[in-house]
Design a protein around this ligand. Structure first.
Ligand code: ADP
Ligand code: MG
Ligand code: MG
Length: 885
C-alpha cells in the first residue's frame, strides 16, 4: 500500500484512502476533497499517519520505497507548478505541515517557504521581480526552520528583529525593506551558527527531510501529549505530513492571507466571519504579531474599526471567497473554518475543516441548519457534544448588576468568570489546584500555556484577534476569553499590570464577560441560565429520539427542583446519609451510633424519625408522582462521629454520656478498611432499627403526600452493598413489614418497590438469585469499579493519572466506565437478572450515569434509565439520544 498520496494539480484518485482522515489526516483529506471539487488548492502530497506511527515506533531512516514515493510526488508538484525544487533561477518552495486525524490547533509544527537558500533566494527575487518579498520569505524560513527543526530558541530571532527595527527607527515589520531583511538574514544565519556550531542547512533535500521528521516528532511533543490527554485523543493515531507548493500572501499589497468561518463561531449567527492581513504570511494572523483586520464590511462597521475589510479592499477576491464559503458549507453540511491566501489577486484555499464553536453557537447552527434543510434532526442531535452543554447550564453575569469596567477587548469566547489575576500558566495551575478561581492574563498565549488555560476560569490577552491561539483554544475548552485588549500592559518583573490608567497586581480579582469582551474590576453577580430557545428545541428532539429515561441523583428539594427544570424524570439515587449531617440532627445521630444497645438506639432514632419523614415529604412533593429511589443508610457509622476533643465534650453535654465512654465507643467503631467494612446492608442486618426507622419515615411521608396532593409517590426502597440473596431477603422482609404497619396505622397505602444496588462483583455474579427477591437493580458503578479493580477511589489520585498517561486505562475508570472490565459485570448481571425477573427495572446511579461514553454503553446493555447529578441531566438526555440513534 501507498505511503504517499498526491492532491491538486489535476490528480484524481481511485484509492479511497487518499481522502480518509485516519490515513492522510484531517488537513490532507480536506485538501484532497477541496481539490476534487475544483477549488483552487496549491498542489501537494501527504505522507500517511501509518508511516508516522512506524517512524515513531522504529525510529531510524525512511525506507527506499517511502523516499521513492516522495520523489515521485515532488515531481508531481513540480510539473503542476512549472518550477523545480532547488532551482537557482526559479525555485519551487513548499510548506511542510502537520495534520492529525482531528485538528489539534497550534499543537504541532509547520514550516513555510522551505527550499530557500543563499542561491535560490536570488532566483526567487529575480523570478518574482520583488527583492523585498524574497528576503522577507527567507528570514521567515530561517526562523521557523531553526525553531521547529533545529531547536534554536525563537526568542533569539524575535529579539534580533526588534533590534533591527529599532536601529532603523522603524515601528512595524512592514517598514522593513529588502536590504533590511537581507541584513537580518545574515544576522539570523550567525545566530544559528553560534547556537549549533554549524551553518544553516543549504541543501534543499536535507531541509525537506528534516522538516518531515520534525513534524512526525512533534506528535510526541509534551504540549501535544497534554492536549491529547485533555481531549481524549489516543496517542497511537500519529500525524500525517502535508507537503504543499507555497503561495504567497506577502507579495505586496495585492496579496493577503486570512482565516474565516462560514458562520460566527461564538454566536452561531449566519454571517461570514473572519480576519485577514494584507502583505502577510500564514501564521501572522493567528500568532497575534499584527492585529488583523475584519473580513466583512458588516463586522468592521459593527465594531467601529477603521482599517478596510477585505470585502472593501479586495472586492473581486472577496466575492470569489464568498462563493467558496457557500460551496463548502453545502458540500460538508457544516460550518467551515477556512485558511486562504491571495497571491497577487488570485485566491488559493489552504485548509478547511468543521469549525470549532461555542456550545451556544453549536446549538444555534444545528437548529438553523435543520430549518435550512441542510441537515435533519438526527444529524443535529449527533453533532452536539453533550459535554459542551455544560457551558450553557451555568450562570451568566447579571445584566443589571453594576460593573466597574476596566477595558474592552474582543469577545473571543463567551461565558462569565471571576477570579484572581495570574500572569503565567504554571502559577495558574498551582493556584487552581489549591481550589482558587484564577484568570490567566497574558500578552498572548501559545501552545505552551495550555495547562494554565485549562486550570483558569477565564483568559484575558492583550494581543491577538478572534482567531488567535487564545481564542480558538478557549472556545474549544469552553473557557470565557477576552482577547486583544490593547489597554492591558503587563510587567512580569514586578508581577503587576496596568489596564488603562488603573494599576493591578497578581492576585487581584477581575471579572470577564467573554460574550461582550468586557473586563471588570472585582467580581460581578450572576444570574441563572435560560433553558429555552435553541437549547429547548434540541432537547425536545433528543427526548423524541431516546429510549432510556434520565433520572437524577438528589437529596434536597433544591436539587430536585434544579433537576426537574433540567428535565429529570425521577430520582435514581437519594442518599439518606447526607440528611444526617444537618447541624440540628447530628447529635441524635451520634447518640444513636454511640448507644450501647438496641433500646438506646431506638430512643435516639425516635428523635430522627420526624426529621427524616419531613425530608421525604419535601422530596416527594417536588417530584410530584415521579419515581424516587431512596437508598437506606450506607456509610460506615464512624463517619458521623466527632473528632476533636471539644466536639466530644459538646456531645457529652447534649446526650449526658461521659466523654471517656464516648471516646471508648468511638474507638470500638474504628475500622482498618471502612470501605469494605461495617457499612451498607451490613448495618441493616446488625442494627435493624436504623432501617426500620428509615422505612417508616419513607412510608409515612408517602402516605401523607398521597392524601395531600393526589400525585401518589412511588418510593423505590434500595438496599446498598448487597452480596447475597439472603441479605436482601432479610431486609426486604423488614421493609415489607414496616410498610404493612404504616399502611395499617394510616388506613391508606401506596405502591412501592424494594430492590438493590449491584455494586459488588459477587452481587453481579449472583444477580439471577438476587433478582428473585429484588424488584429492581441499580448499578452503583462507583463501588463496583472500586471493588472490581481493587482500587480505592479516594486514594487513586496518586497513581491513576500516570496510569492513564501510560495507557494502562484509556480514561480514569471513575469518570468513564471501564467498559471492557466492569462493563462485563454490568452486562452479565443485567442478563441474569432479567432471566429470573422478566420485568426487572435496571438503572445506573454511579458518577458514570452522567458520562456520555458510559451512557452509550448503558443503552447497548438495555438499561431502563441512567441517573446523573442535576447539572448533568441535559447532558445525559442528549447522550442517551445519541446512543439510541
Ligand atoms: P496549523 O495546523 O497550525 O494551522 P498549518 O499547516 O495550517 O498549521 O499552517 C500554518 C499557516 O501557514 C496557516 O496560516 C496556513 O494557511 C499557512 N500555509 C500553510 N501552507 C501554506 C502554503 N503552501 N502556502 C501559503 N501558506 C501556507
Ligand atoms: Mg500546526
Ligand atoms: Mg491551519
Amino acid at each position: 500500500t501507498a505511503y504517499v498520496f498526491t492532491f491538486g494539480g489535476g490528480v484524481t484518485h481511485q484509492d479511497p484512502r487518499a481522502k480518509d482522515k485516519t490515513i492522510v489526516g484531517g488537513k490532507g483529506a480536506n485538501l484532497a476533497e477541496m481539490a476534487g471539487i475544483g477549488l483552487p488548492v496549491p498542489p501537494g502530497f501527504t505522507i500517511t499517519t501509518e508511516e508516522c506511527v512506524r517512524y515513531l515506533a522504529e525510529g531510524g531512516d525512511f525506507s527506499a520505497d517511502v523516499r521513492a514515493e516522495v520523489a515521485a510526488a515532488l515531481t508531481h508538484i513540480e510539473t503542476a507548478v512549472g518550477k523545480k525544487f532547488g532551482d537557482a533561477a526559479d525555485p519551487l518552495l513548499v510548506s511542510v505541515r502537520s495534520g492529525a486525524r482531528v485538528s489539534m490547533p497550534g499543537m504541532m509544527d509547520t514550516v513555510l517557504n522551505l527550499g530557500l537558500n543563499d542561491e535560490t533566494v536570488k532566483g526567487l527575487a529575480a523570478s518574482s521581480g520583488d527583492d523585498r518579498f524574497a528576503w522577507d520569505s527567507y528570514r521567515r524560513f530561517i526562523q521557523m526552520y531553526s525553531d521547529v527543526v533545529l531547536g534554536v530558541d525563537h526568542h533569539l530571532f524575535e529579539d534580533a528583529l526588534e533590534i533591527a527595527k529599532e536601529d532603523n527607527g522603524f515601528y512595524a515589520d512592514v517598514e522593513m525593506g529588502a536590504e533590511h531583511w537581507q541584513a537580518l538574514v545574515a544576522e539570523y544565519k550567525s545566530i544559528v551558527q553560534t547556537a549549533l556550531g554549524e551553518p544553516f542547512p543549504q541543501d534543499v533535500f536535507h531541509q525537506l527531510w528534516g522538516a518531515i521528521r520534525a513534524v512526525f516528532d512533534s506528535w510526541d511533543s509534551d504540549r501535544a501529549k497534554v492536549y491529547r490527554r485533555l481531549n481524549d485523543i489516543p496517542g497511537d493515531w500519529g500525524t500525517a505530513v502535508n507537503v504543499q507548493a507555497m503561495v504567497f500572501g506577502n507579495m505586496g499589497d495585492t496579496s493577503a492571507t486570512g482565516v474565516a468561518f462560514t458562520r460566527d463561531p461564538a454566536t452561531g449567527e449566519k454571517a461570514y466571519y473572519g480576519e485577514w492581513l494584507v502583505n502577510a504570511q500564514g501564521e501572522d494572523v493567528v500568532a497575534g504579531i499584527r492585529t488583523p483586520q475584519y473580513l466583512t464590511r458588516y463586522s468592521r462597521e459593527r465594531a467601529g474599526a477603521k482599517p478596510l475589510s477585505m470585502e472593501e479592499a479586495m472586492p473581486e477576491a472577496y466575492a470569489e471567497l464568498a462563493a467558496v464559503f457557500e460551496l463548502l458549507e453545502k458540500h460538508y453540511r457544516d460550518m467551515q473554518d477556512i485558511e486562504f491566501t491571495v497571491e497577487r489577486g488570485k485566491l488559493w484555499m489552504l485548509q478547511t475543516r468543521s469549525g470549532k464553536r461555542t456550545a451556544k453557537a453549536a446549538l444555534k447552527m444545528a437548529v438553523d441548519m435543520v430549518a435550512e434543510g441542510l441537515i435533519d434532526e438526527r444529524m443535529a442531535i449527533k453533532r452536539i457534544d453533550p459535554m459542551a452543554l455544560d457551558q450553557l447550564l451555568h450562570p451568566t453575569l447579571d445584566p443589571d448588576a453594576p460593573r466597574d469596567l476596566l477595558t474592552k477587548g474582543l469577545p473571543a469566547s463567551p461565558g462569565a468568570a471571576s477570579g484572581a489575576i495570574v500572569l503565567d500558566a504554571d502559577t495558574a495551575e498551582k493556584r487552581a489546584e489549591r481550589g482558587e478561581a484564577v484568570i490567566l492574563v497574558r500578552v498572548e498565549t501559545s501552545p505552551e500555556d495550555i495547562h494554565g488555560m485549562h486550570a483558569a476560569k477565564g483568559i484575558l490577552t492583550a494581543r491577538g484577534g478572534m482567531t488567535s491561539h487564545a481564542a480558538v483554544v478557549a472556545r474549544g475548552m469552553g473557557r470565557p476569553c477576552v482577547s486583544g485588549a490593547a489597554a492591558v500592559s503587563i510587567d512580569m518583573a514586578s508581577r503587576t499590570l496596568k489596564i488603562g490608567n488603573r494599576e493591578l497586581k497578581e492576585g487581584d480579582v477581575i471579572t470577564l464577560d467573554g460574550a461582550a469582551g468586557d473586563v471588570m474590576a472585582g467580581s460581578v453577580p450572576t444570574i441563572e441560565p435560560e433553558l429555552v430557545g435553541d437549547f429547548g428545541t434540541l432537547m425536545e428532539w433528543a427526548d423524541k429520539h431516546r429510549r432510556m429515561k434520565v433520572r437524577t441523583n438528589a437529596e434536597t428539594p433544591a436539587d430536585c427542583r434544579t433537576a426537574r427544570q433540567f428535565g429529570a424524570e425521577g430520582i435514581g439515587l437519594c442518599r439518606t446519609e447526607h440528611m444526617f449531617f444537618d447541624d440540628q440532627r447530628i447529635a441524635a445521630v451520634r447518640q444513636m451510633i454511640l448507644a450501647e444497645d438496641g433500646a438506646g438506639r431506638r430512643a435516639a432514632l425516635a428523635k430522627l424519625l420526624p426529621e427524616q419523614r419531613a425530608d421525604f415529604h419535601a422530596i416527594f412533593d417536588e417530584m410530584a408522582g415521579l419515581p424516587v429511589t431512596i437508598r437506606l443508610l450506607d456509610p460506615p457509622l464512624h463517619e458521623f462521629l466527632p473528632h476533636a476533643d471539644a466536639e466530644f465534650e459538646e456531645l457529652s453535654d447534649v446526650i449526658g454520656i461521659g466523654v471517656a465512654t464516648l471516646k471508648r465507643r468511638a474507638e470500638e467503631l474504628h475500622e482498618m478498611n471502612p470501605m469494605l467494612g461495617h457499612r451498607g446492608c451490613r448495618l441493616g442486618i446488625t442494627f435493624p432499627e436504623i432501617y426500620e426507622m428509615q422505612a417508616r419515615a419513607i412510608f409515612e411521608a408517602a402516605c401523607d403526600v398521597a392524601v395531600a396532593s393526589g400525585a401518589a409517590p412511588v418510593p423505590e426502597v434500595m438496599i446498598p452493598l448487597v452480596a447475597t440473596r439472603k441479605e436482601l431477603e432479610i431486609l426486604k422482609a423488614l421493609v415489607d413489614r414496616t410498610a404493612a404497619e404504616v399502611f395499617a396505622e394510616k388506613g391508606n397505602s401506596v405502591a412501592y418497590h424494594v430492590g438493590t444496588m449491584i455494586e459488588l462483583p459477587r452481587a453481579a455474579l449472583m444477580a439471577g438469585e438476587i433478582a428473585e427477591v429484588g424488584e429492581f437493580f441499580s448499578f452503583g458503578t462507583n463501588d463496583l469499579t472500586q471493588t472490581t479493580l481493587g482500587v480505592s477511589r479516594d486514594d487513586a489520585a496518586k497513581f491513576l493519572t500516570p496510569y492513564v498517561e501510560q495507557g494502562i486505562y484509556p480514561r480514569d475508570p471513575f469518570v468513564s466506565l471501564d467498559i471492557e472490565g466492569v462493563g462485563q459485570l454490568v452486562e452479565l448481571a443485567a442478563e441474569r437478572g432479567r432471566k429470573t425477573r422478566l420485568d426487572i427495572k435496571l438503572g445506573i446511579c454511579g458518577e458514570h450515569g452522567g458520562d456520555p461514553a458510559s451512557i452509550a454503553f448503558c443503552e447497548k446493555v438495555g438499561l431502563d434509565y441512567v441517573s446523573a447529578s442535576p447539572f448533568r441531566v441535559p447532558i445525559a438526555r442528549l447522550a442517551a439520544a445519541q446512543a439510541a440513534l
